[in-house]
Design a protein around this ligand. Sequence first.
Ligand SMILES: NC(=O)C1=CN([C@@H]2O[C@H](COP(=O)(O)OP(=O)(O)OC[C@H]3O[C@@H](n4cnc5c(N)ncnc54)[C@H](OP(=O)(O)O)[C@@H]3O)[C@@H](O)[C@H]2O)[C@@H](O)CC1
Ligand SMILES: Nc1ncnc2c1ncn2[C@@H]1O[C@H](COP(=O)(O)OP(=O)(O)OP(=O)(O)O)[C@@H](O)[C@H]1O
Length: 634
Amino acid sequence: MHANTTRGFLWSDVETRTLLNIWGEQDIQTALDGNFRNSFVYRDVARRLGVMGFERTPEQCRVRIKSLKRQYLLAKEGNLRNNGQYHKICKFYDTMERILSNRPAIDPQELMDSGAGGEEPGDGVEEDGEDAQDAYSESTGECPVPAETEVKLEYPSIPIPIPVKVTVGNNSASVRPNNSSQPTSNLSSSRPKRTRKRRANFPMEKLMEQFLEQSAQAEESFYRMEEQRLQAEDRRREAEHARELHMLQMLGQMFSNISSASHGSAAAPSRTAPPARVPVCTSASPTCTRGQSSHLRHPSPQADCVTQQSQLLNTDPQALAFERYYSFGSSAHRGMGDDFLSLVKSIVPPLSSKKHKGQDGRIGIIGGCQEYTGAPYFAAISALKVGADLSHVFCTRDAATVIKSYSPELIVHPVLDSPNAVEEIEKWLPRLHGLVVGPGLGREDSLLKTAKEVIEKSKARDIPIVIDADGLWLVSQQPSVIQGYQKGILTPNFMEFTRLYEALHHEPMDSSDHQRSAMQLSVAMGNLTVVLKGEQDVITDGNKVISCSVEGSGRRCGGQGDLLSGSMGVLAHWAYTSSTGMVKSVNPAMVAAFGACSLTRQCNSQAFHRHGRSTTTSDMIQEIGSAFKKLFES
Ligand SMILES: NC(=O)C1=CN([C@@H]2O[C@H](COP(=O)(O)OP(=O)(O)OC[C@H]3O[C@@H](n4cnc5c(N)ncnc54)[C@H](OP(=O)(O)O)[C@@H]3O)[C@@H](O)[C@H]2O)[C@@H](O)CC1
Ligand SMILES: Nc1ncnc2c1ncn2[C@@H]1O[C@H](COP(=O)(O)OP(=O)(O)OP(=O)(O)O)[C@@H](O)[C@H]1O
């Protein structure tokens, strides 16, 4: 086996002849013939060459053959023109002639053109012959068989046209890379040798490598710059957002101050000033009334605020009021109801074996007279079923036994019509967490007077007070009894509401806009929370308004309002003792009101599914447990 001493660009004559012998074999020529994709043929050629002791890659073989074909073609042309000088151009002319004469004519252009990498019509560019050999010798000093060695430069198969001035005979033409002995000498004389040496040192492969490397670097730096640009853009947007937020906070503060001032002038001075609540972000919500035009959503509703001047609630310029629209999280899409439900959930105290009786609430109901025993019972039992530990009913003597007979769970005090009714009830006030005034109270003056004094005593103790039914009658007669007390909640049905509105505004209300009217009443009452019951329960504290439209049913049996007020008494206690910052900033009374309305309607719906038209408030009360669980504990 021959030792391969011709690594790199050198092909010895022996190696070239061996290559030509292999390449000239019948099966190789047949395989090459008509096959554009011939890389697999040269793989076989290289393998056979390896067997003969010469290690060459298929690509080296392919380029070498191509070079020989090019020489042969030039020699053939030169033969015609230069009188038998062809052997100088192509040393292996005869062998090539023998092999190629059996193949179809070779298109000279095919040899000159670049082709797909690894294919025979590729782009090998080479400098053969003496000149090339010189160049190689000069650059490396390495030439094992100088006389027989040709220097060949191999180039990648990517098309890179390099014009070379070629002179054949007397003709000179600028053509694609070429080679001949004649042009070699011309080249030597016309161009400094250093040029060729440089080309030998920096073959196209290297140039291409450099080019590709530079392209990759350029691409990388482009992406780096693009990323930096995007980051800068993000920072700019954030800064803009922060600036907007700051502006809105300032505006919110400004409107808040104006609003407080106007409330002060519109309503009678209140003993307990409205707490400074943190208005939260605005949102265009389907549950809002008006002025929802602009909105902003902020990641932290507790921290951010914006107040909008949205509507004039009163034509009196002295009674300017500003409505604040609240939104929580993504409420703009889900509706505020979902967010309020979450707040209600947050106020529900956990059940724990560590607690003692009474800790989750002791609720008092002021009501129950000879005519109305059901109403205080409904309210008291609802409070118990929602989760209060103890429920007291302060009623007239003749109602007490009846109410007791409804339920042993209730604590019934037959004191309401006693001469020292207020003192009797006052004794219990320190133990009560919430008071519901009105269900079944009746309208007897002495009872209303007692109710009024109990309200005053309860306010002094900062107890949340829900006023319903006949308690609202009392308020319509004497609004100041509760006006401005922030822990007061009014729960009028439409009739009761109309009465209240007219008592305070001395004019008929606009029944086409319940929300507006409810807000006006709330403002007039010193921003008490007002719940206008109806097809949709409207809940407002004069600053903001929400509505509850949890599905109920078409059944309107008496006593549903008592269920509502009783449960609201408990929820109000839970809301005011809740440590949740959001509940405090929104207004605990609003949260409690929303919870009670949702629960009542849910009970109504569930009871109706079971009983249909025969549904009564007692049926609804049976549903409190599961409705509560479904709404607030799921
Ligand atoms: N089982 C018991 O013991 C119960 C006792 N209860 C107790 O009864 C007491 C009186 O309360 P109350 O609601 O009947 O008296 P009040 O406010 O004068 O209304 C009377 C008139 O107003 C109207 N009206 C009512 N709602 C309306 C609406 N949405 N939209 C429009 N109109 C409406 C209606 O008028 P009508 O349709 O008849 O013309 C109705 O007749 C109170 O203490 C309460 O707790 C009740 O809780 C029930 C269970
Ligand atoms: N049209 C309605 N559609 C659905 N639910 C309603 C409708 N009207 C009232 N409700 C529900 O019933 C609850 C009680 O409202 P209602 O108007 O019956 O009070 P009320 O007249 O004070 O009750 P009561 O009979 O106890 O005096 C409301 O909170 C509301 O949830």
